[in-house]
Write a protein that binds this ligand. Structure first.
Ligand SMILES: *Cc1c(COP(=O)(O)O)cnc(C)c1O
Length: 364
């Protein structure tokens, strides 16, 4: 066991047994005498990796049969363009809910391709909350509505999936995918970069309802066209093999060690509660997001004094609690408690906070 707990928002911690297995079979994968990094992506061995990865994702997330799953490159950020290029085909209009920097980047990228509208925003209070969303706020003519389910930087999350009527809902789930069960059938399209909660950078997963395919704009690049990836089973070009392989190991761990997404959700809720309870009891630290909208995955907090924050970050790093610096848009600290963060990591963090608080309060 390593004695470092990595609270980074991404790339993030991986489960220990996954890393151990990657190491053990790095030079000889499935008795091929080759590394998984060297395998032909047209080989039968590789095909079985792709098939198992998709089957496990479908089963864990209960993805309905009329949805396609793609394994792409380009990060979640490429989806900011791919979504409008493929989905803005009828009215040329789309609604975005601005709940943070990623949602805003998606909105700005959408504006290159059509008429985008901020249906709601929480920019007025530095994205510390999720704006209320009744069905009337959405344009029934829009080609889609885009939301960011979990706001990695600000530590908020949608507790309920908004009702957009017949307008397809698009969800960026980069920092919450596989953290809890999610009703895929409520969405037209979901996407997530892998490096936060299901693997390593280089892989982006897209889950899309089949009826939304096949209507990309004429000038849509082939690599950005979902239909082309559908026609080629995510192998129109060389897929990000190593990243897909790591994701497969994470999916096996989720099913065999954790016992599925219901169990994962209980564990994640318990981990978040340990930290939020500490924050709410503390007279030094406080959380920055509104209580009702708090994320289970990313927890920003501060002492309100940047010098003290820096001192705490140094003490935490000394105790093996690393990458706790907050994003510059919020400041202070941010603890990312993705699936691979063990409960002990959070317990160590709150211990460190309590110790720091005692020390600081005595000094005063
Ligand atoms: C990290 C993140 C992104 C950007 O992901 P890349 O894969 O680096 O492009 C987009 N959306 C959310 C919610 C994120 O957390």
């Amino acid at each position: 066991m390593r004695n470092i707990y990595n609270f980074s928002a991404g790339p993030a911690m991986l489960p220990e047994p996954v890393l151990a297995q990657v190491g053990a079979e790095l030079t000889d994968f499935c008795a091929t005498g080759q590394s998984v990094m060297e395998l032909s992506h047209r080989s039968a061995t590789w095909r079985s990796v792709m098939e198992e990865t998709e089957a496990r994702l479908r089963s864990l997330m209960q993805i309905p049969d009329h949805y396609k799953v793609f394994f792409l490159q380009g990060g979640a950020s490429s989806q900011f363009a791919m979504v409008p290029l493929n989905l803005m085909h009828t009215s040329g209009k789309a609604d975005y809910v601005l709940t943070g920097q990623w949602a805003t980047k998606a909105y700005q990228e959408g504006a290159r391709y059509g008429t985008v509208r901020a249906a709601a925003s929480s920019a007025d209070r530095n994205f510390a909350y999720i704006p209320p969303l009744s069905p009337e706020v959405f344009d029934p003519d829009a080609d889609y509505v885009h939301i960011c389910m979990n706001n990695t930087i600000y530590g908020t999350r949608f507790r309920a999936i908004p009702d957009t009527g017949t307008v397809p809902l698009v969800g960026d789930i980069s920092s919450c995918i596989l953290s809890a069960p999610l009703d895929v059938s409520r969405f037209g399209l979901l996407y997530a970069g892998a490096q936060k909660n299901m693997g390593i950078a280089g892989l982006t997963v897209v889950i899309v309802r089949e009826d939304l395919l096949g209507r990309a704009r004429n000038d849509c690049p082939a690599m950005f066209n979902y239909q082309i990836h559908a026609d080629h089973g995510s192998m129109y070009n060389t897929p990000p093999c190593f990243s897909i392989y790591v994701m497969l190991l994470v999916l096996r761990w989720l099913e065999n060690t954790i016992g599925g997404l219901e169990n994962m959700a209980h564990i994640n809720e318990a981990k978040a509660k340990i930290l939020y309870d500490r924050l709410d009891a503390s007279r030094l630290f406080r959380g920055t997001a509104d209580i009702a909208d708090r994320s289970w995955m990313n927890v920003p907090f501060t002492t309100g004094d940047s010098r003290l924050d820096q001192q705490f970050l140094r003490e935490a790093a000394g105790a093996g609690l690393v990458n706790l610096s907050g994003h510059r848009a919020v400041g202070g600290m941010r603890a990312s408690l993705y699936n691979a963060m063990p409960v002990e990591g959070v317990e160590k963090l709150v211990e460190c906070m309590s110790g720091f608080e005692k020390e600081y309060r005595m000094e005063r």
